[in-house]
Design a protein around this ligand. Structure first.
Ligand code: UDX
Ligand code: UDX
Length: 458
């Protein structure tokens, strides 16, 4: 069959994989190829066990793989064949040199631009999917056009707003698709090509266009705003605990103002995930670079409150357990950074688990999807750590349970049964406020929610 368009994506990660699967699913007339430098990852995408867990993803990959969706390690062929190239390689926080701990590490990005330049034999539209510092498109364009080989490269910015756990739904029914381009005739023509791809399933009023710098910056700002909401509510949760107020009641009252809105106001042990912290630090770095100290400090506060919230959670456990955790078994319910994903990047559970080990506690970790990643995250940490799939078994002999991830299954467990097998006095620290605290208290637990008065038998 001859395809109408050939699309390539470089980077088969959490963003590239699902996004391309959706394009292939919605556009059978296009051939979509996803390449990656990691052959193991490509092999997994070609197997029955995809490298990432996302509700609904298996189905769309099964429906398209081998028909118009292909996973491959042949980057050169992919580049040659495609007229549109999405770049979705990772852009982690820099760990070395200038801007270490803050700025984005653009080495993979830079290498990918050079790869495209080397292998391209015809004009290409390059689409930035990765989250990048503003003005990256300019650097990309300069690298691509630094050899006068007569090939035209148009660079577009098309940030991905999907959230993990709901990636398929977010891709299928996005709040908006954002496409930034230069405002030249060629830039606008390239932009229209990308608009037409999305218009296969997204209504045109949800496809918004902008200048390329606004688009790059909007992604950083969108994540900063979302994270700021979580830090705002978490900061107030600390006050609620002192003032005998209830954070859920406060969030409801505040969120019902339609100007504020009720979503993303769940107090928690802290936000995690690969994006929030990285993107805010990136924004902070950019502001400092442009000498905007006050703006940088303002946004840095969002990350500081998040660190404070994780610390507070740990100190609360320590305080409640009579200031010593040595030899006590503590069970972490969930290790993923949020429910419905196996991803543990920047999960607050990593911090809590490590601190518990520092305090010489014995840590038992359970999670329906993230145990493999949890083992990797805890590699090299010397201490007593067990990984147990069954939450009932995981709790046996434990003094405390700490809920780290809002998996729905944890709310539905038989806590009378769990209570019977635990050491006494038994404690629950609900880092996600998903359990029935009153009922747990009546069973006999000492209960410590976030942003609400604790319920104790002492
Ligand atoms: C990543 C970033 O975290 C996010 O900020 C950005 O918006 C998109 O890229 P994610 O898909 O979650 O998101 O990253 P990851 O799962 O690490 O996938 C990136 C993939 O790119 C990896 O599979 C990696 O092997 C691949 N890669 C990296 C290349 O193919 N070539 C490279 O040069 C570098
Ligand atoms: C986020 C953005 O939502 C998405 O648009 C962007 O493309 C990538 O970054 P993601 O990190 O996958 O997505 O998950 P998200 O649902 O935003 O949650 C991030 C963290 O905040 C999680 O740890 C979550 O548990 C926490 N959170 C979220 C809260 O603690 N409270 C809330 O009310 C909402």
């Amino acid at each position: 069959m001859t395809f109408e368009k050939h699309i390539l994506c470089i980077g088969a990660g959490y963003v590239g994989g699902p996004t391309m699967a959706m394009i292939a699913f919605k556009c059978p007339r296009y051939k979509v190829t996803v390449v990656d430098i990691n052959p193991g990852r490509i092999a997994e995408w070609n197997s029955d066990h995809l490298p990432i867990y996302e509700p609904g993803l298996d189905e769309i990959v099964r429906a398209t793989r081998g028909k118009n969706l292909f996973f491959s390690t042949d980057i050169e062929k992919g580049i040659r064949e495609s007229e549109i190239i999405f770049v979705s390689v990772n852009t982690p926080t820099k760990t070395f040199g200038a801007g270490a701990g803050m700025a984005a590490d653009l080495q993979y990005w830079d290498k990918t631009a050079r790869q495209i330049r080397t292998y391209a034999t015809s004009n290409k539209i390059i689409v930035e999917k990765s989250t990048l510092p503003v003005k990256t498109a300019q650097a990309m364009k300069r690298i691509l056009t630094s050899e006068a080989n007569g090939i035209r490269f148009d660079v577009l910015s098309n940030p991905e707003f999907l959230a993990e756990g709901t990636a398929v739904r977010d891709l299928e029914k996005p709040d908006r698709v954002l496409i930034g381009s230069t405002q030249t005739p060629n830039g606008l023509r390239a932009r229209d090509v990308l608009v037409e791809i999305y218009a296969n399933w997204v209504s045109k009023d949800r496809i918004i266009t902008s200048n390329i710098w606004s688009s790059e910056l909007s992604k950083l700002v969108a994540n900063a705003f979302l994270a700021q909401r979580v830090s705002s509510i978490n900061s107030i949760s600390a006050l609620c605990e002192k003032a005998d107020a209830d954070i859920e009641e406060v969030a409801r009252a505040v969120g019902m103002d339609s100007r504020v809105g009720g979503r993303f106001l769940n107090a928690s042990v802290g936000f995690g995930g690969s994006c929030f912290k990285k993107d805010i630090l990136n924004l902070v770095y950019l502001c400092r670079y442009y000498d905007l100290k006050e703006v940088a400090d303002y946004w840095e506060g969002v990350v500081k409150i998040n660190d404070y919230q994780k610390d507070r959670f740990l100190l609360k456990i320590l305080d409640a357990l009579f200031n010593t955790l040595a030899d006590k078994r503590i069970c972490l319910f969930g290790f993923a950074f949020k429910a419905d994903t196996g991803d543990t990047r920047e999960s607050p559970a990593i911090f809590v688990a490590r601190q518990l080990i520092e305090e010489k506690a014995r840590v038992v970790i359970t999670d329906p999807k993230a145990l493999k990643n949890a083992m990797k995250d805890m590699e090299g940490v010397a201490g007593d750590i067990a990984y147990v799939e069954d939450p009932y078994v995981a709790c046996e002999g434990c003094t405390a349970i700490a809920v780290m991830t809002e998996w729905r299954t944890y709310a539905a467990l038989d806590y009378e049964r769990i209570y019977r097998t635990m050491a006494k006095p038994a404690f629950i620290f609900d880092g996600r406020n998903i359990l029935d605290h009153r009922k747990l208290f009546e069973i006999g637990f000492n209960v410590f929610p976030i942003g609400k008065p604790s319920l104790t038998h002492f």
